[in-house]
Design a protein around this ligand. Sequence first.
Ligand code: TTP
Ligand code: MG
Length: 363
Amino acid sequence: MRIIAHLDMDAFFAAVEERDNPRLKGLPIAVGADPRQGQGRGVVATANYKARVYGLRSALPISQAWRLSEAARRQAKPPVVFLTPRFDRYLEASVKIVSVVRSHVPQIERAGLDEMYLDLSFAGSYESAGEVALEIKRDIRETERLTASIGIGPNKLIAKIASDMKKPDGLTVIREEDAERFLEPLSVRKIPGIGPKTEIQLNRMGIRTIAQLKAVSLGRLEEIMGKWGRGLYEMAQGRDDSPVEESGEVKSISEQETFLEDTLEAEFIVTRLKEMARHLTDRLREEEFRGFRTVGLVVRFADFETKSKSFTLKNPIRSADEMFAVALRLLLPFLDRRMNPGLKKIRLIGLRMEKLVKPDDGE
Ligand code: TTP
Ligand code: MG
């Protein structure tokens, strides 16, 4: 019998900020782009639970977040404290949380900066697994002063959905025999991989809940979803055999920046690119990779048209300078008519490292 847990930190970036700065205690907080009195661009990375009461959430445009905060202020409620992200702090916290969890569980799989899967099969029963989860939660609270929510189930799918049920600071245990009934009333959107577009597509066919999805035949799902149909069919029944495995945990590391103003000023953009390369290679070292072989660049123009390019090298890149050199070659055509015939201004650039090389990978 497998017993799997999914652990996800609560309002992660905001929680780290609140912990690090006692003056923020109890206030609504949003971490993300600078709101600039409502003129800011970019989005909210995350909001703490106090700010979520005002309607703030991840990916909300920062200008809207500002308006929600101002509306609260007019009702004599505390306005939102807006903070810019400090990724190095979140990464540091993430590394520590992983080591706390490892001291309780031998087999874990990191699934992001603030989430991971744990194989708790060794506990032998759902009761014992629940106790292990409570110990882990307590340990994280005591050593890191942060709260996590944990879901437990017969596989990664159920565990992942369960961890989201009682946020923040929750623990939800779904036994194998209860898994199908647990899923049935939930929105199809709860299934990892079903995003807004697929949700709309399914809704149009009258499929809103997982129970309704379950009633669709495999053949029909394959017709609608193509290759993904089978996976979806399995998940609708609550089945997921994928193992908790460490390998390939982090596939890429990326960063993006929305400029304060759309611009085509080469010197400015190149300087930002250089800074991002430096920052990314720092993260590479902190994540203990030896290097990477693919550089990816995303350019979003003022009209939101978005282009991406990547370049893969034979030998791993290790330094910021090497990364910058490759990134610059990818960027330059977007600054002139080669890849930007209308000479449109640029709104955002993103830089990504892929094909990450681990210390134990042979060359
Ligand atoms: P999540 O776990 O999705 O969100 P959260 O931890 O802030 O809140 P919850 O309690 O609901 O789990 O993401 C983890 C971190 O990743 C989050 O703190 C900020 C970052 N993030 C973004 O930068 N942009 C996004 O759109 C999302 C969803 C998250
Ligand atoms: Mg989280």
